[in-house]
Design a protein. Structure first.
Length: 305
């Protein structure tokens, strides 16, 4: 049985006429990495900050670790860790000073030297905040969100501004934290990040959740088509492919052909056909749908536009 750690029912938050969060409902279960993805302005930060108790919602039911994040906010903050999308610290604050300042906010503290070591910040203990690289600052904010040994960690835009290498390091870090039994709720607008990291993903657009499932199910249920791209001899007659039942359509794309089907059987059937008929093919690629494709299929537009 899944244990619910976050319950959101019919959450609304409007700013004047902007429906930042427009009636969303979902649950987050203990131990999972739950991701909320969506383009800029989709309402992710508004939603996460309402759940953290940092913003007041207009209406809806919110329960976090069985507490009301507004009326029990002070108590709740002992059990949760928060990394905000836009965080800053004074330029001349040293890493260890930030750690000891933030530790003083909580009743319970973990041993910070092990934490700094885990996050690769040990050597930077004496560095000023403004002398840290973007990735080191990010890791410091993750460290600060873990100081009270929280059961539930909120990370808003985990890896924005990081290079691909630092992003991957951060993913590993989050997996480690999750491996210790913690629940993680993160937002991101990188579909790849959500796909690689999250057990379940809610796709948000214009204040609404338009899909919620595991990345695999989202891809499987939304994208009907399997694609196969390959190069065939110039004199290859495309219409011979009509005899393969599992092909739904095919087209020529420059020197390649693209074959579509509703399931992966099409790939096997097509290759068998080509081999059996001694048709020389090369540069074979299968098109793997991604969460990016899911967003496109659901909304008709690219996430970055
Ligand atoms: N404090 C505020 N006052 C007025 N409007 C706001 C406020 N905060 C957010 N909004 C508006 O609400 C909508 C959702 O914003 P939000 O920051 O929640 O989106 P987001 O999904 O986190 O976007 P991003 O990916 O850019 O971080 C946007 O249209 C934004 O302009
Ligand atoms: Mg945001």
């Amino acid at each position: 049985m899944n244990e619910t750690v976050i319950q959101v029912e019919n959450l609304h938050k409007y700013y004047g006429r902007t429906k930042a969060v427009d009636d969303i409902s979902f649950e987050v279960y203990k131990g999972e990495i739950f991701g909320m993805v969506g383009p800029n302005g989709a309402g992710k930060t508004t939603a996460i900050e309402c759940i953290e108790g940092l913003r007041r919602s207009d209406s809806g039911i919110l329960k976090v670790l069985n507490l009301n994040p507004v009326s029990n906010g002070r108590n709740l903050r002992n059990y949760i860790g928060i990394q905000l999308q836009e965080s800053q610290l004074p330029a001349r604050l040293k890493v260890w000073e930030a750690i000891s300042l933030f530790s003083s906010f909580y009743k319970k503290n973990i041993e910070s030297s092990a934490l700094l070591k885990d996050l690769g910040l040990e050597e930077k203990k004496g560095s000023y905040f403004d002398k840290l690289s973007g990735g080191q600052k990010q890791r410091l904010f993750i460290a600060l969100s873990l100081l009270n040994d929280p059961d539930l960690i909120f990370l808003d835009e985990l890896t924005t501004g990081l290079d691909p290498q630092a992003r991957r390091v951060t993913w590993d870090l989050i997996k480690d934290i999750s491996g210790k039994g913690k629940t993680i709720f993160l937002t991101t607008h990188f579909m790849e990040e959500a796909e690689k990291l999250c057990n379940r993903v809610a796709i948000m657009d214009h204040g609404k959740i338009i899909a919620l499932d595991t990345p695999q199910n989202l891809i499987r249920n939304t994208i009907m088509e399997t694609r196969l791209m390959l190069s065939v001899p110039e004199n290859f007659e495309l219409n011979v492919l009509n005899t393969i039942k599992s092909i739904s359509k095919y087209e020529r794309s420059g020197e390649n052909i693209i074959v579509y089907g509703h399931d992966r059987k099409m790939i096997k059937d097509t290759i068998n056909f080509l081999v059996n008929n001694n048709i020389d093919f090369h540069d074979l690629k299968t098109g793997q749908a991604t969460l990016e494709d899911v967003f496109l299929a659901l909304t008709g537009r690219e996430i970055r536009n």
